[in-house]
Design a binder for this molecule. Structure first.
Ligand code: ARG
Length: 504
């Protein structure tokens, strides 16, 4: 005879290698709190629907509450021989209150709807944590932008000097990118925060359950009504990990800029000593390992996405054990994206951009010559293509002479050779990097006025997301507080029906 909770029709116990191969107790540690919460909600619903008696609820609910507190202080350990979190919690209840009562908890429920429920509850909390961390990061980027509106930076295309930009323009670019990540996280949250409990094994149940009640008690926003869909659903995981992957890709680009600009050759960014490591042989080295690892770790998250996509692509509807493989890499991608958000945030705020070096580079690398051509168009009625040609020739001559656009006398002389009279003021106004950066006024450009306007818009958008995130957090917390309150009240002798009525 098998000793398993499911062992009725088995003639012997599971092979120990098979148990090792199939168990998930380590992976499921993160689900304990949610498995207990979900069990509380399920039991309250069973009581309310009179599927189990008040006496049964009165026995099991305080026992679940006890497990909840035990888990909170780290004293609840999962027994590997019981396979997974679901069978562990059920067994603990049966041990505590006896099989006559405890054996009723699994009425109208299956591990198939339980595992999706638990994973959704866990993931929604982590999605909120990650959103919070990203909101903080974006806020810091906006603060940095606020205080660097007039500071110079070098703007690149092809990693070749292109045009002068403000430092605020660079910071706010990343803020603007990350806001879309925030939007993707919010979408993933909406798809994740749905109730699947009550779908049972796949087909629903003949018991008169109330899935709307368990939805409320678990703090889910909506229901996935279709039971076969609900128990098979893993797209919320794919959506979340793909949002994480895009986030990591965006982080990786920022990290690459940190690495390059921090190099001796560029010398545009100084990273904090606490964010670098040295070499065991070369005393002069300060290596930007945090940024390098942020880049490297994006591969881990992409790997998780590929693994989950692959696992879920070839299964029939209805639970298949293949799906059990979804969690380890989901956990890993959550940890990676959370730690990368936090460390990169700190890395950026502790690094210093060197605007004086940027100004020097902008002069030396001719990054303002486009504006000189613009000046010829605006002030001298020359077609842009011709202005481009003339200033291109000028650039080549200056390079040959080992000079740059600061040699205004030569610039004036050269332009005169092309029948163009330009004053020194005209030349300086269209060649000095700060002047040129300030002149950019089109919507979304790098000039102070447009960056200030963009920052205002980004702040409004950020505020919408962060308010929504805060509301979601509060809704989830309120649901958890409510189930704990019900459990406490039942322990003190109250009846489910009265408690739910009073709460309406
Ligand atoms: N441990 C499983 C998982 O993580 C949940 C149990 C699924 N049900 C089953 N009949 N094995 O996906």
């Amino acid at each position: 005879m098998s000793k398993k909770l499911w062992g009725g029709c088995f003639s012997k116990d599971i092979d120990s290698d098979v148990l090792d191969y199939t168990l998930t107790t380590d992976v499921d540690k993160r689900l304990v709190r949610f498995d207990i919460w979900g069990s509380m909600a399920h039991l309250v619903m069973l009581g309310q629907q009179q599927i189990v008696s008040d006496a049964t609820v009165g026995k099991i609910l305080p026992s679940l509450l006890n497990l909840y507190h035990k888990n909170k202080i780290g004293a609840l350990h999962l027994d590997r021989s019981l396979e997974d979190v679901h069978l562990n919690i059920e067994a603990l209840i049966i041990n505590d209150v006896g099989a006559e009562f405890g054996g009723q908890l699994h009425t109208a429920r299956s591990r198939n709807d339980q595992v999706v429920t638990d994973t959704r509850m866990y993931l929604r909390e982590e999605l909120l944590n990650i959103q919070r961390a990203l909101v903080d990061f974006i806020e810091s980027l906006m603060d940095l932008a606020d205080s660097s509106i007039n500071d110079l930076a070098v703007g690149y295309t092809h990693l070749q000097p292109a045009q002068p930009i403000s430092l605020a323009f660079w910071y706010s670019a990343h803020a603007s990118i990350f806001l879309r990540d925030l939007e993707r996280l919010a979408d993933a949250y909406n798809n994740t925060n749905r109730n699947v409990l009550g779908a049972c094994a796949l087909a629903g149940t003949s018991f008169p359950i109330d899935r709307e009640l368990t939805r409320k008690l678990q703090g889910f926003d909506r229901l996935i009504e279709h039971s076969l869909d609900a128990t098979s659903s893993r797209d919320f995981i794919i959506q979340s990990v793909s949002a994480f992957s895009i986030m990591m890709s965006n982080f990786s680009k920022l990290a690459e800029e940190i690495v390059i600009w921090n190099s001796f050759e560029f010398g545009l960014l100084k990273i904090d000593d606490a964010f670098a490591t040295g070499s065991s042989i070369m005393p002069q080295k300060k290596n930007p390992v945090v940024a390098e690892l942020a880049k490297g770790r994006s591969g881990r998250v992409y790997g998780a996405l590929m693994q989950i996509l692959t696992t879920t692509k070839g299964v029939t509807l209805g639970y298949n054990c293949d799906l059990q493989e979804d969690k380890p890499l989901l956990w890993d991608s959550i940890e990676t994206v959370k730690s990368t958000t936090n460390i990169l945030h700190r890395h950026v705020v502790t690094s210093t951009y060197k605007s004086d070096r940027a100004a020097d580079l902008c002069w030396k690398n001719f990054s303002t010559v486009t504006e000189l051509a613009n000046m010829l168009v605006k002030n001298k009625e020359i077609a842009f293509r011709e202005a481009h040609r003339i200033t291109g020739l000028l650039t080549r001559e200056l390079i040959d002479r080992g000079a740059d656009l600061r040699d205004t006398l030569f610039v004036q002389h050269f332009l005169r050779g092309h029948a163009i009279d330009a004053t020194e003021d005209e030349i300086v106004a269209s060649t000095s990097p700060v002047n040129v950066m300030t002149k950019q006024t089109s919507t979304g450009s790098t000039g102070p006025d447009s960056v200030t306007a963009m920052l205002q818009n980004l702040k409004i958008e950020l505020n919408i997301f962060s308010t929504q995130m805060q509301n979601n957090l509060e809704k989830v917390r309120a649901a958890e507080d409510f189930i704990l309150k019900i459990s406490n009240d039942v322990k003190a002798g109250a009846r489910i029906r009265d408690l739910l009525l009073a709460a309406q």
